[in-house]
Ligand binder design. Structure first.
Ligand SMILES: Cc1cc2nc3c(=O)[nH]c(=O)nc-3n(C[C@H](O)[C@H](O)[C@H](O)COP(=O)(O)OP(=O)(O)OC[C@H]3O[C@@H](n4cnc5c(N)ncnc54)[C@H](O)[C@@H]3O)c2cc1C
Length: 386
């Protein structure tokens, strides 16, 4: 195996020789390529289909701080801060909307959770405010009356992920990255990668950022597809003002056996309303399942009855790359010294793409990261099945 060494940017290199090859130009791979190119490394970014056309194009684009675990909090909050720094430079088509998020409590029991969350975030310097029932109605007049209240997370935001992926890729190219579209990585080794047309790319490091497709390259990796549905409406500016999520969303996100749905509505800068969301394991076909759409919309109507009056113009599905402990796999691939994984981001990969890129650059360059990289290292007992 090649010893891990800090690569130097080379002035004269063969066209097929790189410091790093990144497989996959979803938002995670694009962010990694940009970060590595920013560090003056010679990067190749390989994408068989369309830049940002995988899970990235299917996602909702909620930039969310989350508190399921300290590790999840660290990565989401760190990433959210990076998004706030990047926001002024994003192009208009990235549709960055600093709308904040409301975690909606249906009853007093859920209000206890709102209180717990507020304490958690306040202790960690995340602005978090409790809205009572009346303030919630004023903030979101189309929610049904009688809801108990909500937690307002003002620094949550919304973006349009495929255009962000394209922007990050273009930034990486501006910094010298070679983008190879229409080719797929079929093999990797300590010396680089082979593409499906037989081309071999030599590189010091490889970053596998191919999302749910990681299992096609790494046998036994514990990343499973978790299907999700979304519906988008025609334009109704102001109908929804914040990213809205029912507190029961967490039950849906944590369900491991059954199909689950939760109310999740997002304002788009176009005036459209994006409605989610569902979660299903064991589904490998991308076809829209009318039963899931109907369950999802029924749940949404319970929270926002007037949604029934809007016209839905499109529905689609996507696959989240899920891991058993709900944390991504970011770091050295078990058994390798220069192949890194950047996958397993489940329903938070848009948010955590920027933090992931910083962690990957930290690993590759041997530099310290702003957050502890340990919880995301793929060297977890389950990461590769025997
Ligand atoms: C319904 C739904 C809603 C979501 N909502 C949110 C949200 O609100 N907020 C949030 O943060 N996240 C959300 N997510 C999650 C988010 O979309 C994903 O975590 C994120 O897009 C993952 O990005 P990625 O770059 O890892 O994967 P992808 O976007 O899937 O990119 C992987 C790329 O690798 C390419 N590839 C595949 N095989 C190879 C190969 N052999 N060689 C080279 N390239 C290859 C693919 O073509 C693809 O373009 C949602 C996901 C879904 C499905």
């Amino acid at each position: 195996m090649v010893a891990r060494q800090k690569p130097q940017r080379r002035n004269s290199v063969s066209p097929n020789s790189f410091d790093v090859v990144v497989a996959g130009a979803g938002i995670v791979g694009a962010a990694c390529a940009r970060e590595l190119a920013e560090a003056r490394l010679r990067v190749a970014l390989i994408e068989p289909e369309m830049v940002g056309g995988g899970a990235t194009a299917a996602g909702m684009g909620h930039i969310a701080v989350m508190d399921d675990s300290e590790a999840q909090f660290s990565l989401t909050r760190y990433s959210q801060i990076l998004w706030r720094q990047l926001a002024p430079r994003l192009p208009a088509d990235a549709e960055h909307l600093p709308c904040g998020a409301l975690w909606v409590a249906a009853d007093d029991v859920e209000m206890e959770e709102v209180n717990r969350k507020r304490r958690y975030y306040s202790e960690r310097n995340v602005p978090a405010e409790i809205l009572d029932s009346r303030s919630l109605s004023e903030a979101e007049p189309n929610l049904r009356p009688g809801l108990a209240g909500a937690l307002l997370l003002k620094e949550d935001a919304v973006v349009y992920p495929p255009c962000v992926a394209r922007f990050l890729t273009m930034e990486a190219q501006r910094l010298g990255t070679e983008l190879i579209v229409g080719r797929r990585v079929v093999r990797f080794s300590e010396n680089g990668v082979s593409l499906d047309d037989g081309t071999n790319l030599v590189s010091h490091f490889v970053v596998l950022a191919n999302g749910v497709f990681a299992a096609q390259l790494i046998e036994g990796i514990a990343v499973q597809p978790r299907k999700g549905h979304l519906v988008i409406t025609d334009r109704y500016p102001g109908f929804v003002r914040h990213q809205l999520i029912e507190l029961g969303y967490l039950k849906s996100a944590h369900a491991t056996e059954t199909d689950s749905v939760a109310f999740n509505a997002q304002p788009r800068s176009s005036g459209q309303v994006l409605i989610g969301s569902s979660r299903q394991y064991g589904q490998n076909h991308a076809a829209v399942d009318e039963r899931m759409i109907s369950m999802m919309l029924q749940r949404a109507f319970e929270y926002m009855p007037r949604l029934r009056e809007l016209s839905a113009i499109r529905s689609w599905t996507g696959f989240r790359a899920a891991t058993p402990d709900k944390l991504p796999l970011i770091g050295l691939c078990p058994g390798s010294e220069n192949v890194y994984l950047a996958t397993g981001h489940e329903g938070l990969g848009i948010t955590t793409s920027l933090g992931t890129a910083k962690l990957i650059a930290g690993h590759v360059l041997g530099r310290e990261s702003a957050i502890d990289p340990a919880p995301y290292l793929p060297d977890r007992s389950y990461a590769l099945h025997a």
